[in-house]
Design a protein around this ligand. Sequence first.
Ligand SMILES: *Cc1c(COP(=O)(O)O)cnc(C)c1O
Length: 232
Amino acid sequence: MIGVTENLRKIRDLVAKSAVDAQREPETVKLLAVSKKQPVDKVLEAARCGQRDFGENFVQEGLLKITATSSEDLIWHFIGHLQSNKTQAVAEHFDWVHTIDQLKTAERLSRQRPANLSPLNICLQVNIDDEVAKSGVDAAALPELAQAIAELPNLRFRGLMCLPEYKDTFDAQRPAFAKLRTLAKSLSADGIDTDTLSMGMSGDYAAAIAEGATIIRVGTAIFGPRIVDQRT
Ligand SMILES: *Cc1c(COP(=O)(O)O)cnc(C)c1O
């Protein structure tokens, strides 16, 4: 089996190449290693290769890994659906939340963020394909929600995130990512600054980089298949 070290080396090369193809500086694309349903050993192996940013989808599982790796200087991103009764732990232990789609959740995080920590970085999840049963804010509701969140204390509004329907070719993958980029641009025209587009996963990150991704969230391409029934 190919290990995390080798996978990371390959992905860093591909990310750099995708950036150069898009006439971007490779350093403008941050690789977020999505470690959900992966063992702590693999997180530590990635950390030894210089990987700093990690993403988790489940609060309890994330807390276990944050504790187990506390001797490393890692940055933790919450990228799962956040239930409002789980915000306290996220406010206290994570550095970023990518999946906000309701003011109520952001308000709770703002109240619960400890004063001795730097502001919690926030991205709004956009329902980019207008899928009925999917989380994420609709494009039409975005400016008002972004404005309200940008005004909350103890949070720092960074930008937008999407999780488009999977498409299997580069050309078919681009439009959803282009749409997120356009939405961020129109926010800045409204005076709401963003510096983050969180988009692209193992199967589509090259297209996301072509459309301006600043954070790509990559799991299986780094860590291999997830453990389906890991008890956490
Ligand atoms: C699991 C997950 C990823 C990573 O997916 P891979 O296909 O394994 O790269 C990225 N973003 C979110 C929101 C996820 O839930």
